[in-house]
Design a protein around this ligand. Structure first.
Ligand code: NI
Length: 197
């Protein structure tokens, strides 16, 4: 009798970049019956790893659903952020219910906007409700860099990108670079999808 081992083959997915309309949509909630969710989460972790990202939202791989993943474990050595130790989790149907405290600036980047980093000002604390991959409900507060990563990924679910939040002069200056990315002229060392002409 043959035994069949069930095994998930993880795949690296191409990242949708600036100019793709899916990045501008308001993503929809999903339920427990969403087909292929476990596989999707595995593939997104794999994609994040391959592209050395700390966060990835579903619209960035072309799915307009309220799901993002964070894996900041890589960042703890890079940026000397001990606070980020073990910060790796899945956020399903998340809602930021409150943002407060002083705004602070931090240099952000995004896998959908390769090779551009800009200072973005955001509140330093957030409260967020979400379900994890086991559909356990959580309500948690975060501050500092953790809050920052959450805010950035969360924005993707509402069709917002960090370049929408930078000062207008900087936005104008990076305009040509953004247009180049939307034409596929992005110097990314991971696979991307950009708008067809
Ligand atoms: Ni991003």
């Amino acid at each position: 009798m043959a035994t069949h081992e069930i095994r998930i083959t993880k795949m690296v997915l191409p990242v949708y970049v600036y100019g793709m309309s899916v990045l501008r949509k308001t993503a929809r909630e999903i339920d427990k019956d969403y087909e292929g969710l476990t596989q999707l989460i595995e593939d997104m972790y794999e994609t994040m790893e391959a592209s050395e990202g700390v966060g990835l939202a579903a619209p960035q791989i072309g799915k307009s659903i309220r799901l993002f993943l964070i894996d900041a474990t890589r960042m703890e050595d890079v940026d000397d952020e001990p606070d980020l130790k073990g910060f790796k989790r899945v956020f399903i149907n998340p809602y930021i219910t409150e943002e407060w405290d002083d705004k602070w600036s931090f240099s952000e980047g995004c896998l959908s906007i390769p090779n551009i980093r800009e200072d973005v000002s955001r509140h330093s604390r957030v409260r967020i409700e979400y379900y994890d991959e086991n559909w356990e409900f959580h309500e948690e507060e975060y501050d500092g860099v953790k809050a920052r990563i959450i805010q950035h990924e969360y924005d993707h679910l509402d069709g917002r990108l960090f370049v929408d939040l930078i000062n207008p002069l900087r936005k104008k200056l990076i305009g040509p670079k953004l247009r180049a990315i939307s034409k596929g002229n992005a110097d990314a060392d991971y696979k991307i999808i950009y708008p067809k002409k």
